[in-house]
Design a protein around this ligand. Structure first.
Ligand SMILES: [Fe+2]
Length: 297
């Protein structure tokens, strides 16, 4: 077990237990100029590392808001190993921003040195577990802090898997001391695509390891091979769907109030639309907590 507890505890004290918004480049100048009422922002470092002007504006944002760094370029599932140059650049940004959280996906996205524009799935077996756990420890060591691992959006499973995704994530937590980022939309979408119960998936995650939640929109396309005749695609190009709000309430009942991110990466709407989704997330979480307390009392 790694010793990332102290770092995580210090970050947790500074982390708002409310909803934040994914800060994308089209909104960056507006956010700097208007300082909207948003609790915190999450950024993709890969959008900023090669863009000095955007980096400067981001530094300005970080003076006024807690920042979470969510990398899409650390390929913890790749058998080729972690790109140490990218990890070092990420460490530089993390040291400059002092984010409250740093996270990334349970996936692989590099092959023969090339970055693929996709977060690709892994078989859940002992061999993969050993590879991912070793990479995760290297990433946490390289960044000097605890890393949150996000459950992916899934469309197909591997016949060679010997454990469920939730079991795989539990074991990663046990071996590396990492935390989990539960993307509630990914849970819903994967469960619909693969034909399992999303509520049972959430109940199977280790309750004390989940320190962030994600909410994002998806797109439905006809697909005869998928249960229900449609496949849900994780496009982040729409608002949060009603069944996902219900599942989010269940996640809040299980994990308590956690920083919750509204993600919207394609067909990006005006910033006010994102802020409104964050307000709804806070309302759902607050109402759920009130209902839980009333039932308990
Ligand atoms: Fe996500």
């Amino acid at each position: 077990m790694s010793t990332w507890g102290a770092t995580a505890d210090a970050s947790a004290r500074r982390t708002p237990r409310t909803a934040g918004v994914g800060l994308r480049l089209p909104h960056l100048a507006e956010v700097v100029a208007t300082r909207p009422r948003v609790a915190w922002f999450e950024i993709h470092p890969e959008n900023f590392l090669a863009n000095p002007h955007a980096c400067e504006l981001l530094q300005e944002v970080s003076q006024h808001y807690p920042i979470s760094v969510h990398t899409v370029g650390i390929s913890i599932g790749s058998t080729e190993g972690i790109d140490r140059v990218h990890l070092a650049r990420l460490r530089g940004l993390v040291d400059a921003l002092e984010p409250v959280l740093v996270s990334g996906h349970l996936a692989w996205s590099t092959h023969q040195g090339a970055y693929l524009n996709d977060l690709l799935p892994l078989p859940y077996d002992d061999e993969t577990l050993a590879v991912v756990a070793a990479h995760l420890s290297e990433v946490q060591e390289g960044l000097g802090r605890r890393y949150l691992v996000e459950n992916p959006s899934s469309y197909v499973g591997f016949g060679s898997s010997t454990m469920t995704e939730a079991e795989f994530l539990c074991e990663l937590v046990r071996r590396t001391g990492c935390s989990l980022l539960c993307d509630v939309s990914n849970v819903y979408l994967s469960a619909r695509n693969m034909g399992y119960d999303p509520y049972q998936f959430i109940d199977a995650l280790p309750v004390n390891a989940v320190h962030e939640l994600h909410l994002g929109g998806f797109t439905s396309e006809p697909d005869e091979a998928t249960p229900g005749g449609e496949v849900l695609i994780d496009t982040h190009a729409a608002g949060v769907a009603e069944p996902v709000w219900e599942l989010y309430a269940h996640a809040v009942r299980r994990f308590g109030l956690q920083p919750t991110l509204v993600e919207w990466d394609n067909d990006i709407p005006p910033f006010t639309t994102l802020a409104a989704e964050a307000i709804r997330a806070d309302e759902v979480a607050t109402m759920t907590q009130k209902d839980s307390r009333a039932l308990a009392g």
